[in-house]
Write a protein that binds this ligand. Structure first.
Ligand SMILES: C[S@@+](CC[C@H](N)C(=O)[O-])C[C@H]1O[C@@H](n2cnc3c(N)ncnc32)[C@H](O)[C@@H]1O
Length: 224
């Protein structure tokens, strides 16, 4: 995890406050006491995965728990088993994956690219899971980052792709919000009257149910 310089943290906070957005309300998500490895284990037990890809591994907290036969973990800095950025990996990748877990650079356009690239190498009925989709506060999603516990603006990539008629997306209320994406007909295509670049945390605060389609872990188990 990158170290945050205290001076840049203060400057980024002031910059965000002055030029980006001021909004103090917080969302009290009712997260289940379920973690990313529990979701993956549940899906693996049910669908018997053979090939797993993790984008962004850090200290392998998740990657070390994965029991799927063929697992690839990519990270340009630390962890996994391939030292490479996701963009470079997808250019040279020729395999398909039953499950891709996206948890690399938590910035909208990179996350969107990671999801789109993953959808092109997903097995039939495979799953893309995206971590950190449900930030509780403005500061948790502010880019550039100015606090340690941070989700980034991953949520904007989900809102953007919720408009795609060929991606079915829900977000599980677990472990900072895990989006569950499949290459299937979208049963509720999102329509928004704003450009993604104009979206604010305030929009997320008031519309997160419609944007993200949050589901509890028990609803997740009924669906998948
Ligand atoms: C939040 S950590 C991953 C945590 C891990 N998935 C887990 O569940 O414990 C994010 C990681 O993404 C990596 N990362 C940053 N940019 C990346 C990129 N372009 N491609 C792949 N990984 C990247 C960072 O080096 C960092 O180790």
């Amino acid at each position: 995890m990158e170290k945050l310089n205290p001076i840049s943290k203060k400057l980024y906070k002031i910059y965000y406050f002055l030029f980006k957005e001021r909004f103090s309300k917080k969302i009290d998500f009712k997260f289940d006491n379920v973690f990313r490895w529990d979701l993956i284990e549940y899906l693996d037990n049910k669908y018997k995965f053979s090939n797993y890809l993790e984008v962004g591994c850090n200290d392998d907290e998740l990657f070390s728990k994965i029991k799927i036969k063929n697992k690839i973990g990519i990270d340009p800095v630390i962890g996994g088993n391939m030292k490479i950025t996701s963009d470079d990996f997808f250019v040279q990748n020729k395999k398909n994956y039953d499950c891709v877990f996206i948890d690399g650079l938590h910035i909208y356009d990179q996350v969107k690219r990671d999801i789109v690239n993953s959808s092109k190498c997903l097995s039939e009925n495979g799953f893309i899971l995206v971590h950190d989709c449900l930030p509780r506060s403005l500061s948790a999603q502010a880019v550039p980052r100015y606090r340690f516990n941070w989700n980034g603006d991953v949520w904007k990539a989900i809102v953007d792709l919720r408009r795609d008629p060929n991606l079915e997306i829900f977000t599980c209320l677990a472990d900072e919000g895990i989006a569950v994406i499949q290459n299937k007909k979208n049963s509720n295509t999102l329509k928004i009257g704003k450009k993604i670049s104009d979206l604010k945390f305030k929009d997320f605060y008031y519309n997160h149910e419609e944007y993200m389609r949050p589901i509890s872990f028990s609803e997740f188990k009924e669906k998948y």
